[in-house]
Design a protein around this ligand. Sequence first.
Ligand SMILES: Nc1ncnc2c1ncn2[C@@H]1O[C@H](COP(=O)(O)OP(=O)(O)OP(=O)(O)O)[C@@H](O)[C@H]1O
Ligand SMILES: [Mg+2]
Length: 476
Amino acid sequence: MIQYTIAIVDDEETIRDSLELVLTPAYTVHLYEDAESFLASLDSSVPDLVLMDIGLPVMSGIEALERLKADHPDVPVIMITAYEEISMVIRSMKNGAFDFILKPINPDILELTIQKAAASIALVKEVKLLQEKYLKENEPCFIGESKNIENVMDFINMVSKSPDTPIMILGETGTGKELIAKAIHARSPVFQGPFVAVNCSAFPEELLESELFGYEPGAFSGARPQGKKGFIEEADKGTLFLDEVADLSPAGQAKLLRFLESGEFYKVGGTRKLTVQTRVVSATNKDIETLVEKEKFRKDLYFRLCVVRADIPSLNQRPDDILPLAKHFLYEFSRKFDKDLKGFSSEAQALLLAHNFTGNVRELRNIVERSALVARTGLVSVADLGLRSGAAFCQGSGPGQSWDEATAGRDDCGLQDDSVEIPEAGIHLTDLLTGIERRYMALAVEKAGGNESRAAKLLNMNHHTFRYRWKKLKTQ
Ligand SMILES: Nc1ncnc2c1ncn2[C@@H]1O[C@H](COP(=O)(O)OP(=O)(O)OP(=O)(O)O)[C@@H](O)[C@H]1O
Ligand SMILES: [Mg+2]
């Protein structure tokens, strides 16, 4: 049997000692005489259960409870209180205390309250273990080492915990929105329930309603005689992923809104009101806010779907992910094609870093798939990558022409008016330029075999300026 650890926080020595006497050896007990020393101990270990006096000196038990709950919401806390502090008890229960016991402490009540708490700890631990196992077995590998994507994942971890808050994922095509939707499901309390993905642009308008809501037997000609469950019903007690949601027709938007407002719906041809509980995650690569402004997407539906919004940065905005992702995909395809590919040559790595990924991670994956297929040696070379130009920001190199030849002596970086576009959502020019600068510097360093003075020469830069900028950009 697992032995639970109980922290006792009370300034009265007699109470600490008597509680310790009653609780050992059944539990491992740690004693603290004030809130400060208890909170400090959390850095090294977190107890399974806390018995906390309300009337502590300096920081009160209520404040300590709040602080504990902010970082460790799952740890049950039983407040110890004198009768006259009953208003404090109410406050602490509101702040998430599990229960309270009155002084003088009755050992039978203490035992009962602790048993109740232990049952809840066991449940929390069991669910946690199950979820970890589920994540290990089911979650597709999500690669992300850049600060940008780390921030997104921290945010996702936080918002996934609520079981029913709708989340909208926005990002360019191929940034990994579907993978993130699956990550939200896997981290949510309904992780054992179904994850149902619906591509809203895949159905003609007349089919959408029956696909979403299902139909009763004989609802229309050509319908299955036994009727059909719709995606919404399939997603009961799980997650409904509405992909390409901006492509919903006006009629589809109205029907979806009606369901989201009430949680209720009718099957096509049905008269029975059905109810489901599902978390709706939606995604689009369109500029949905502009669509709302232009009244192409209903504002009320947008607000329903976008209670929480997650913006996935483009791959160009997170160059630190390019090589880890490329290596991950290379490993995947190396196994698939039964090859022994070990990595990318340093020139090939530099070229990947300098590439403008308009198709984001999907484009990178395709490039690696093709390279893995054609690579003749264990290292993927520049030629294997099959990229005509080093950087799309520097287009203009013809077939057979090296990137250096194509761009040498040009001060416009090959940028032609028709070679780039500004998306409707606009761009962050400064970030973009920083990204380009970082990639060219990385490329130059690679090309110069790590010699920064030579790299500076390649870019026609003063080597002090180069060193200063390079150091800064590497840590940004
Ligand atoms: N961080 C990542 N780690 C591993 N693979 C990734 C990552 N991001 C994306 N991918 C892979 O890239 C491909 C595209 O991702 P996904 O389909 O999730 O993109 P999307 O944003 O939904 O694109 P679209 O808007 O075109 O539907 C998939 O094969 C996915 O597995
Ligand atoms: Mg998608």
